[in-house]
Design a protein around this ligand. Structure first.
Ligand code: PXG
Length: 459
């Protein structure tokens, strides 16, 4: 029986009765009822009432090639018929992860040539954490096991992902994180730069927090630094250009590995295949997931730098780690086809040279001037709108985070899906957006801001 046999109301009732959603206040959801999305095509999603909504979030930062790609469905179907599953344990392999690994090694920065697969970004970060600790143990330095991360970083929701991330409410619920992970300041100039401090100087100061943490622990105790090139779930926080090269210099100075979490930024979002290329750095690991398959299949790939893989091979000994679905043949077949589409349609170049700059300009010209907007910022097709009560003083509406939700609800009613995180609106659209789609989004967001302002000023 297909869902078409159920009314929207029935689906909502069954959802409420049996389905526990991620990151949800379940009491609140029971009262409101869920929004049920039934289909999607190109840049649009459609809810159970048939309402068309422009998807400004590419699902959840993942549907880079947009919806309705028959080629991806066909790749999955063909692979399922040929070989739906076999594992990559016990010295076995299957063709699609083999070929995908070769492709990823070609696309990745030159010092990164090996791939470890999982099904989610969280799993890939679990792998990354275990791998860097294993690396130092193989190098005869098992005590070099601490990881430096950032406050407000997001690295997933498993125990390791939560521990690596810097979200305090998540740590609180975890009730005991993976030990030896410390969190330093984030490079978020809008709120943390000092009066009169240039972007450049702020970037260096934020990087210095990494050095301070290394010195405090002792360099012989620090395994790695991990960060998202652009913090995503934490609010599309784009670091000054001075930040990443300085972090890399510091990591090299103290022989600390550099781990980039590109679960959001990987596969074109910033206008390069990887944000490591955008920021000109050479990480030792790159965590990727989401847009690797454009979300059509669950798949993550931890890209592993040669320094680490060389030690694994030279020293030998089993790395006791892996998942049933590591290198899943169907997911890897879809990833191969997805990367082929991104290449064939030149989506990365389009973001870099056309839609990315146009998006930045449109946000500046059409959104930044609004009374509710403290700042807009973007890189590639990834943007943020800061919602404030007072532009000049950057004062926010109270309670914290409540205003962005008002904007978001109006935006959805205007046919524009975007996300609110704290007091920040986030955009991360499919890379198939054109200038016209950017214009359509700005029209709808501007209307939502007007309506939200009318509501908020009544408070
Ligand atoms: N790292 C980063 C940088 C992420 O953004 C993960 C790891 C974990 O990936 P998985 O596949 O395990 O979810 C993510 C995921 C949001 C939101 O609300 C963001 C993510 C996931 C769910 C919600 O912005 N990012």
């Amino acid at each position: 029986m297909t869902y078409q046999n159920y009314s929207l109301k029935q689906l909502q009732q069954i959802d409420a009765a049996h389905h526990l959603h991620p990151f949800t206040d379940h009491k609140e959801l029971r009262e409101a009822g869920s929004r049920i999305i039934t289909r999607a095509d190109g840049p649009f999603i459609y809810d159970a009432d048939g309402t068309e909504i422009l998807d400004g979030m590419a699902g959840l930062w993942c549907v880079n090639v947009g919806y309705g790609r028959n080629e991806l469905a066909e790749a999955a179907y063909a692979q399922m018929k040929e070989l739906p599953y076999y594992n990559s344990f016990f010295k076995c392999s299957t063709p699609t992860p083999v070929l995908l690994s070769k492709k990823l090694a070609e696309l990745a920065p030159k010092q990164v040539g090996q791939v470890f697969y999982g099904s989610s970004g969280s799993e890939a970060n679990d792998t990354a954490l275990r791998l860097v600790r294993h690396y130092w143990a193989l190098e005869g330095k098992p005590e070099k096991n601490r990881i430096i991360s950032r406050k407000m970083g997001y690295h997933g929701s498993t125990v390791a992902g939560t521990s690596l991330g810097g979200m305090e409410p998540m740590h609180k619920q975890l009730g005991g994180a993976v030990p030896n992970i410390v969190h330093v300041m984030m490079p978020y100039a809008y709120e943390l730069a000092l009066p009169g401090e240039s972007d450049h100087d702020f970037g260096l100061r934020a990087a210095k927090a990494v050095e301070d943490a290394i010195l405090e622990a002792g360099a012989d105790k620090v395994a790695a630094f991990i960060g998202e090139p652009v913090m995503g779930a934490g609010g599309v926080k784009i670091p000054p250009l001075s930040y990443w090269p300085e972090v890399q210099r510091i990591c090299r100075k103290y022989d600390v590995l550099l781990m980039l979490d590109e679960v959001i930024t990987g596969y074109g979002r910033t206008g390069e295949w990887f944000a490591a290329q955008t920021f000109g750095i050479e990480p030792d690991t790159i965590t990727t997931a989401k847009a690797l398959t454009s979300g059509y299949q669950p798949l993550s790939a931890l890209l592993v730098g040669d320094r680490i893989s060389r030690t694994l091979v030279e020293k030998g000994g089993e790395f006791y780690h892996g998942y049933t679905y590591s290198g899943h043949p169907v997911a890897c077949a879809v990833a191969l086809k997805n990367l082929e589409i991104i290449e064939r349609e030149g989506l990365v170049e389009r973001v870099r040279n056309d839609t990315g700059p146009y998006f930045a300009q449109a946000l500046q010209e059409r959104i930044a001037g609004h009374n509710l907007v403290g700042e807009v910022r973007s890189i590639g097709l990834m943007g943020a709108i800061e919602i404030v009560k007072d532009k000049a003083t950057k004062e926010r509406y109270l309670p914290s985070g409540s205003a962005a939700v008002v904007v978001r609800d109006h935006a959805i009613a205007q046919g524009m899906m975007l996300r609110a995180t704290g007091d920040t609106m986030i955009l991360s659209p499919p890379l198939i957006w054109t200038r016209e789609t950017v214009d359509m989004a700005c029209d709808r967001i501007a209307r939502a801001l007007d309506l939200a302002e009318a509501d908020l000023r009544k408070r």
